[in-house]
Design a protein around this ligand. Sequence first.
Ligand code: UN1
Length: 496
Amino acid sequence: MPERYKNYIRGKWVDGKTAKTFENRNPANHHDLIGLFPDSSAEDVAEAVAAAKKAFPKWRLVPAPKRGEVLYKVGELLRQRKEEIARMMTREMGKILKETRGDVQEGIDTAFYAGGEGRRLFGETTPAELPDKFAMSVRVPVGVCGLITPWNFPMAIPTWKLFPALLCGNTVVLKPAEDTPLTAVKLFEILEQAGIPSGVVNLVHGTGEQAGAALVRHGDVQLISFTGSTAVGREIAAVCGQSLKRVSLEMGGKNAEIVMEDADLNLALEGALWGAFGTTGQRCTATSRLILHREIKKQFTEMLVERAEKIRIGDGLDETVEMGPLINEAARQSVHRYVQIGKQEGARLLIGGTLYEEGQWINGYFYKPTIFDQVTPTMRIAQEEIFGPVLSIIEVKNFEEAIEVLNGTPYGLSSSIYTRDVARAFRAMRDIEAGITYINGPTIGAEVHLPFGGVKETGNGHREAGTTVYDIFSEWKSVYVDYSGKLQKAQIDNAE
Ligand code: UN1
């Protein structure tokens, strides 16, 4: 019998209100059934929201440094269970152990960073324009926050949202991706163990269409924070627009690495391989376009192909494996469709472009590292997010063209340029349209204490992580204290 997992509502592990469940299977071997999870309905969501609403008045009054101390405890517990969670995450998500350890580490870093924020959470004081009057701005919590998270970073992304939300004094309902629900269960076990009061954090499993949509529509949810596709983000924003719900969105990317003719080619090669094929290309920050200066294009392409062909594909639990499977069969079919589109558009397939189904790998959703050459900037494979191990090479004649091509998509999350020319590096920092720019580093590798997010269709103006995430999860309140003992009129009494 497969293990049956539960929702976590009002401090208790509970079944869904209906008996309906969904399966969680290992993407490296679909015969490996990890467990069954409640396919939660709108009623389950309503119960979780009610629990969060009830817990809010008390949690909001816990001093922020105390809320921070709970997060230190969470960070410590995560650290103790890092290896166990990483192994379990590889089993449910597929990426290699080195990466799942990194994913848990990102949660640990976020816990300690948020914990420390408990003793900062700064507002501002500023002189008032009238005598005997004091002026300041303080942060107050927003209320009940609905968090909807993807499967590619099953620990990091929920913690990016959850820890700052809690630190600010909000209460939370999390709806994790249905491909990686077990990591969320592990996180909630730890939150419970750390002593977070009942109702402050609630976990509801299920699909986006049902549980996610119910959370977005619920009238007692004041904020939605979503990471996922631009298409779904648009729908969420439309609903939240109607109800004037605060909404923060992190969506698609079509990130590029530029390699100039003066670059350290070996360094740029390591960056391209890690950026394009790390996490099997399933990062919002993955490198999916490689913009090469024509002088080094031939040589760099040869170097790249030689290395990419040798990438070891397999079960991420095997420490010698370099690339795991895609998340599910639908994802694999979608990647494969893009490869057909690329061929039809006239791009030249250099390597890959096929399902990887050798030996025991027939039971997983593996795909070969794929590289297209002779891609033009307007082809669909150069414009649309593929979310798989597919890299498109675009040749350019100079720096200006490289920047123009890099900017020429609807997205703007991450970007990278390899050059030894400091003036070019600074121009790139200035002219690239993206939320993140790396100089001589790959498009992936964001750290938790810097703002994370993107421009154009990647986001809606918010930044997670960094100090900026606290602007998502708190409202500003301006406070004036008049101790003059008389009515003083701003803009009037002081204007002579
Ligand atoms: C994501 O792909 O959604 O910079 C998050 C990185 C990671 C986070 C990626 N630290 O690639």
